[in-house]
Design a protein around this ligand. Structure first.
Ligand code: SF4
Length: 377
């Protein structure tokens, strides 16, 4: 069988999550679930499947000690449902303790290296991205939101790290890539380790919620944390990995690279619901076959819409899965229901998001100073 290759800049999906454990050392989340007071939908539905050193974050929560949650968005377009998954994890892990601080990087350096987008273009897109995450529930008073290209601490760390890596080391992790992407990877290592600098309270556990395909960045950063441990006292960053959601075409992960398969948080609700209605499904060729053999929810992007985002609760996800695989549910009615849920969510989200655009602009303009000033009170 062809091995899953983890490419943080690609659009492929992962076919066998259990292999990620044996090949890359990603540990399962399940043994730690009993330590959470309340599970997020990602945890209870098996969407967050893997972790590295997650226990360190749970220890910090239990001891009421500070920890950081770090993530980033590449500002190349509207927030889509794949990006929303990382945002949902950030909001959840921020909510677990008053001692949690979120660091959110607008990855304009990476957008330039990977997509050729100018910093000015990225800046324009970023405001809406930030308003989206605020509307999804991020507490801005415990969040440091910044543009990579303007954050000198990150640039400094990336420069320092560049002396600690060789071309061969980067090639072994990422394959043969252009220098700009290697550089963006070092900048991202700077993003992940910056929360441990003195001005943010010094070394502490940092959790990075990511899609499984982003693991190469984690491996590089954990390696760098160990190499620079003596100098900075870094604690190796922890990670929680979520499954990759299928795009509406059913063959690739939902990503900005596969536009036809994309559902964004800025789609007009009616357009989004039409997209859901014309998505690929795991249904059979005829009604008779579907009744007899059941649908294939495991390869169905409509099922992913329920499971990853829009089901009312866990029992609703279970109901859709059971009815689908037993041939009780047919694709037409199933898509209709999913399309209705998408439309309702977008109407509410966009109303909230639009009312937060000024706050988002203010946060970006302050370069994260709002959180620093609150810390000094
Ligand atoms: S019944 Fe629903 S979940 Fe099952 S294959 Fe059809 S659209 Fe997908």
């Amino acid at each position: 069988m062809e091995k899953d290759r983890l490419d943080p800049w690609g659009s492929g999906t992962v076919k066998d999550y259990s292999r990620l454990r044996s090949e890359f050392g990603i540990e399962p989340v399940a043994p730690l679930l009993s330590r959470f007071k309340k599970l997020s939908p990602h945890l209870s539905r098996g969407i967050d499947f893997g972790q590295r050193d997650l226990a360190r974050i749970l220890d910090a929560i239990d001891a009421n000690k500070p920890y950081a949650v770090m993530s980033r968005i590449k500002p190349t377009g509207d927030f889509h449902l794949g990006t929303k998954m990382t945002a949902d994890d950030m909001v959840y892990f921020q909510s677990l303790s008053k001692k949690a601080t979120v660091f959110y990087a607008i990855a304009d350096v990476e957008a330039y290296a990977d997509n050729g987008l100018s910093f000015a273009e990225s800046r324009k897109i970023a405001t809406k991205n930030v308003a989206d995450i605020l509307a999804l529930g991020l507490d801005p008073d415990r969040a440091f939101i910044y543009l990579q290209s303007e954050e000198m601490r990150v640039a400094r760390l990336a420069t320092i790290f560049s002396r600690g890596v060789t071309n061969n080391m980067l090639k072994a992790i990422y394959g043969e890539r252009q220098i700009g992407l290697y550089m963006a990877a070092l900048v991202q290592a700077g993003d992940i380790l910056m929360p441990q600098m003195e001005e943010f309270g010094g070394p502490k556990p940092v959790l990075v919620p990511v899609g499984a395909d982003q693991d190469p960045h984690l491996r590089l950063t954990r390696d760098l944390a160990a190499r620079y441990q003596d100098e900075f006292g870094f604690v190796a960053p922890s990670a929680i990995y979520h499954r990759l959601m299928l795009g509406l075409g059913g063959d690739e992960k939902m990503s900005k690279r596969a536009e036809a398969s994309l559902l964004t948080l800025d789609d007009a609700p009616k357009v989004a619901s039409k997209k859901a209605m014309s998505a690929f499904t795991g249904g059979r060729d005829t009604v008779e076959e579907q009744r007899r053999l059941g649908g294939r929810a495991d390869i169905c992007p409509i099922y992913d819409l329920y499971r990853f985002h829009f089901a009312k609760d866990d029992s609703h996800v279970e109901l859709v899965y059971r009815e689908c695989t037993k041939g009780i549910r047919l694709c037409g009615e199933c898509k209709q229901e999913a399309a209705g849920l998408v439309k309702k969510f977008l109407e509410e989200h966009q109303r909230k998001r639009d009312s937060l655009m000024d706050d988002a602009e203010e946060l970006l303009a302050s370069g994260g100073k709002r959180m620093l000033s609150l810390r000094k009170r």
